[in-house]
Design a protein around this ligand. Structure first.
Ligand SMILES: [Zn+2]
Length: 282
């Protein structure tokens, strides 16, 4: 072997060694990060968790620290009668990531979605899974502990959440008819929940599992609100947009819209409804 070749071979093996050390380092760091988060993961957050209901009391101001039903609490509708006619973005196709589902736009009939199951057991549309995972990993790498507490829901699941709410109101003395009207004000009517798309996830900070506005002050939410657009996700129900979204401010509900739209929505500080409206007018 010539001197030069020897030198190259030596260099190569040094590089391989460095690579191995770096891989080991990343692996060990990963384990520590995962352990740190795991310690903080609230054990009572789980898919299908049923606890005390969030109901109309939500709007009367529950005392801080009162029990919250993670599944029912989110997508608390603002109880407006506004009719918001959006362009037919409901069909699948190239704009699958911009599909609009809100109190006035039902999920398209027979909507089909290919799901991917995440490590946590939650499922999302497989087309947004990689970006979601990158986002969560980067949030962890920044030193925070994001925890998914809701993702894809079937129509049956949403129906069950809605019916639970109706039942609780009936047990409080409401007629069935009135109970349904009241329930619809605080739990998304089956077919109008974005979670049925598989493109929405509720993410909380492991240190605070309350689905209320206190969430916005957590480190995870601060990071998410600043960075989620880079991964194609938007904070779907921002503060001050409830009249348009039909849903109260939810600093935990993120929706995948693709990177291009997410960047524009973030930069222009609009909600999805406004963005789609602008897009149509262009
Ligand atoms: Zn949600």
């Amino acid at each position: 072997m010539t001197k030069r070749r020897k030198y190259i071979t030596k260099k190569k093996s040094q590089k391989q060694k460095q690579k191995r050390i770096m891989a080991n380092f990343l692996f060990i760091t990963g384990i520590f990060a995962a352990l740190a988060c795991w310690r903080h993961v609230p054990k009572n957050i789980s898919h299908g968790h049923e606890s005390v209901a969030a109901d109309a009391d939500v709007f009367l101001g529950n005392p801080p620290g009162s029990t919250t039903d993670i599944e029912n609490r989110e997508e608390d509708k603002v109880g407006t009668d506004a009719v918001y006619n959006m362009p037919g973005e409901g069909s699948a196709g190239t704009d699958w990531h911009l599909i609009l589902v809100n109190p006035w736009n039902y999920l398209p009939k027979d909507y089909e979605v290919s799901l991917m199951t995440l490590e946590s057991g939650y499922q999302v549309d497989e087309r947004c899974a990689a970006d979601l995972q990158s986002m969560l990993q980067d949030c962890q790498a920044a030193g925070f502990c994001p925890v998914i507490c809701s993702a894809y829901r079937t129509e049956e699941k949403q129906e069950r959440l809605f019916q639970n709410k109706v039942n609780r109101l009936i047990s409080r003395g409401y007629s069935e008819e009135d109970a349904k009207v009241e329930a619809a004000k605080v739990v998304a009517v089956p077919g109008t929940s974005e979670h049925q798309l598989g493109l929405a996830v509720d993410i909380v900070d492991a240190s605070n599992q309350m689905l209320d506005e206190s969430q916005e002050h957590t480190k995870v939410q601060k990071w998410m609100m600043e960075n989620s657009w880079r991964y194609g996700f938007i904070l779907r129900y921002p503060n001050g947009k409830s009249d348009i979204t039909g849903i109260i401010y939810e600093p935990w509900h993120y929706r995948y819209v693709g990177k291009k739209a997410a960047k524009e929505i973030y930069e222009q500080e609009v909600c999805l409804e406004e963005y789609l409206d602008m897009k149509q007018q262009r």
